[in-house]
Write a protein that binds this ligand. Structure first.
Ligand code: C2E
Ligand code: CA
Ligand code: CA
Ligand code: CA
Length: 277
């Protein structure tokens, strides 16, 4: 029993060592990656459920890693959050999104909105407002064309400052989308105090709709209505989910049923060919 115990400790240490090594590698590679522009934004259409047409895109990052190929965000965003590199990465990606919007405008394409996922860490300093203002100026972005997706937890840690920042962004038309709504701990008591604009109903709720109805979905939609917030349902994969969400009064959606996240050119082609869906 004693030797088995030691064996387990040894195994555990190896696993730990591997994990730490992987983390250190990613930390290193992230730094290079930002400098070498190894990140590409893909764009997933967000559409109206009632009068089907594309209303905006969510920008989702992909990493073209020189050795490991295409790395999905779940493999490096959480690490970037831990190391703090998420700040640089987000700012870099916000700039990429602004550049893409400018390219589309210069090419004469219809103007659209892009929402970018950002860490709630940005909502701890008014510098973020300055950065966004400068992005809007540098790229001559129309009001409201670049918006933000953020999860709830970081906002409520410093409600007052977060509110100041969101208010500071308002003159640019920057709308705040509250991501993954309904997961983790939702501090419902604070929701009416935050100047947010849109709730994103987490995919886990949408998944369930294929089998049975979850009264929480109705509760969230009714909450959104009473707070005058729009709702985007994430991860719609089949017509049944679409129909149910629409019937329940959810206005917008996104998901593989309509389109995966696409490279910029394909996303614009999608928009042009799906003015009506
Ligand atoms: P998220 O913000 O909740 O993004 C939605 C995720 O669901 C995306 O995964 C998207 O590709 C996926 N998805 C959309 N529709 C469907 C569907 O119908 N079925 C299924 N199975 N999946 C669907 P992705 O691109 O792998 O991103 C994962 C997470 O990584 C995102 O979750 C977000 O939290 C984070 N992330 C992605 N890009 C960025 C970024 O540029 N900055 C930051 N800070 N985080 C990012
Ligand atoms: Ca998101
Ligand atoms: Ca989400
Ligand atoms: Ca998520």
């Amino acid at each position: 029993a004693k030797s088995r115990g030691r064996g387990q400790v040894c195994y555990f240490n190896n696993a730990m060592r591997k994990k730490l090594k992987r983390r250190a590698d990613i930390e290193n590679d992230l730094q290079h990656g930002i400098r070498n522009s190894e990140f590409e934004l893909f764009f997933q259409p967000i559409f109206s459920l009632n009068d089907p047409h594309v209303v905006s895109f969510e920008a989702l990052v992909r990493w073209h890693h020189p050795k490991n190929g295409l790395v999905p965000p779940n493999d490096f965003i959480p690490i970037a959050e831990q190391t703090g590199q998420i700040i640089d990465l987000d700012l870099h990606l916000l700039r990429s999104a602004a550049q893409q919007l400018k390219l589309w405008r210069q090419a004469g394409y219809p103007m659209t909105r892009v929402t970018v996922n950002v860490s709630s860490r940005h909502f701890a300093s008014l510098d973020f407002v300055t950065y966004m203002q400068q992005l809007y100026i540098d790229h001559q972005l129309p009001n409201g064309s670049l918006c933000l997706e953020i999860t709830e937890s970081g906002l409520i840690e410093n409600l007052k400052l977060a509110t100041q920042i969101i208010t500071g962004l308002a003159p640019l038309g920057v709308k705040l989308y509250l991501d993954d709504f309904g997961t983790g701990y939702s501090a419902l008591g604070y929701l009416h105090q935050l100047p947010i604009h849109v709730l994103k109903l987490d995919k886990s709720f949408v998944d369930q709709l294929t089998h049975k109805e979850n009264p929480l979905i109705d509760a969230i939609l009714s909450l959104a209505r009473s707070l005058d917030l729009n709702v985007v349902a994430e991860g719609i994969e089949n017509p049944k989910q679409w129909a149910l969400l629409k019937r329940k009064g959810c206005q917008f959606g996104q998901g593989f049923m309509v389109s995966k996240p696409l490279p910029a050119d394909e996303a614009m082609q999608f928009l042009l060919t799906h003015t009506e869906m």
